[in-house]
Design a protein around this ligand. Structure first.
Ligand SMILES: [Zn+2]
Ligand SMILES: [Zn+2]
Ligand SMILES: [Zn+2]
Length: 360
């Protein structure tokens, strides 16, 4: 994610900011031009951007609970922004915990949508695509009469993405991470992984592009339920790191694809941040580990270009994390077969770009 600048005073501002810390202007993100706008009230709940004075804007209805900072052109239909309009079940907002969870979930969701918009990936809602459109349920855990908590399941089915809302709580998510023996577990990672399944449906299955997929990921017609059962019973094969990005990716070609899609977004997004801040890596005496992001990662030539910048950058970021006593940001190894899979994801995304909705 790049940084932005306040349209009023040029203060550096971030994607999630709602107010400029320097001049106090209200800030909102407009997906139509993928930019942050410094705003002034224009009456009747409307807002006007100093950058686009001719455009009447309003906030997403979820801005009311300080859950969303996205804008909508005033003449467009609907109360919710381009991200929130995909929500079906949301956390209970009658208690502060529910609002707090939704705030964190929404933040990760908009981050995901930023990438979908930058990559021009199709993301029809259920009005445009009643059967397979992209829709989200943020599910609460169930408390049984005996007091036991039955966790909600995170998962994907035909465009419906379920996210366990309790994973917005650090303690719950960390507990799940340890139990699953995972090196990395975040809300943003969940969004990126699950939407990977949706993208597979739309760009591989619905376009009948199985041949190319199977050549890289293997045959997805193997029994999915049995494959997952075997994965949870026996774990991943010993040498999984030679060909998979994670142990879970080794369970089934669908999961392998979803993991690779998530990593593609991790890499592109983090490289955009590095580029935005002008971060370069140039370890003294180790030219082979030098890297700068002198290209737009969202328009990369291919996976090789991304990975060439990403490996040195992620090594440096991990080292900085360790200096702060934090776990590695990117605890993964990119083997040659994984880079080939990322190249497949890259080509798939390139071939799928849809024209962006233009602002009226
Ligand atoms: Zn400002
Ligand atoms: Zn919204
Ligand atoms: Zn999955």
């Amino acid at each position: 994610m790049r940084f932005f600048a306040c349209g009023n005073c040029n203060q550096l501002v971030h994607f999630d900011n709602t107010q400029c810390v320097n001049c106090g202007h209200r800030l909102g993100f407009l997906p139509d031009d993928l930019a942050m706008h410094a705003l002034q009230p224009s009456g009747e709940g409307g807002w006007q951007s100093s950058a686009r004075p001719q455009a009447a804007l309003r906030f997403c209805a979820n801005a009311g609970l300080d859950i969303c900072n996205w804008l909508i052109p005033a003449d467009r239909q609907g109360e919710l922004c381009e991200a929130c309009s995909h929500n079906r079940l949301v956390p209970n907002t009658t208690n502060p915990d529910g609002v707090d969870r939704w705030r964190r979930i929404g933040q990760a969701q908009r981050h995901l949508f930023y990438s979908l918009l930058r990559l021009k990936l199709p993301h029809p809602d259920r009005i445009e695509d009643p059967v397979g459109g992209l829709v989200f349920d943020f599910l609460e855990d169930t408390v049984q009469p005996d007091g036991n908590v039955e966790p909600a399941m995170t998962g994907h089915e035909e465009g419906l993405i379920a996210i366990r809302a309790a994973e917005a709580d650090d303690a719950t998510r960390e507990k799940a991470r340890v139990e699953m023996n995972e090196p990395y577990r975040t809300l943003l990672g969940h969004f990126r992984h699950e939407v990977g399944h949706f993208v597979w449906n739309k760009l591989v299955r619905d376009r009948n592009a199985f041949e190319g997929f199977r050549a890289v990921f293997g045959d997805e017609r193997q029994d999915y339920a049995a494959a997952l059962q075997a994965h949870y019973a026996n774990g991943a094969p010993a040498a999984w790191q030679d060909s998979f990005i994670s142990a879970y990716a080794a369970s089934h070609p669908w999961e392998d694809f979803a993991e690779c899609f998530a990593h593609y977004l991790h890499i592109v997004d983090t490289l955009e941040t590095a580029r935005s801040f002008g971060i370069e890596v140039d370890p003294r005496g180790h030219e082979e580990m030098a890297a700068e992001v002198d290209f737009d990662p969202y328009r990369a030539a291919g996976a090789e270009q991304l990975v060439t910048a990403w490996i040195p950058m992620s090594v440096a970021i991990n080292a900085i994390q360790r200096s702060m006593g934090q776990p590695d940001s990117y605890p993964f190894i990119l083997s040659a077969p994984v880079v080939a899979k990322l190249e497949y994801v890259h080509q798939l995304i390139r071939g799928a770009s849809t024209p962006r909705q233009q602002m009226a």
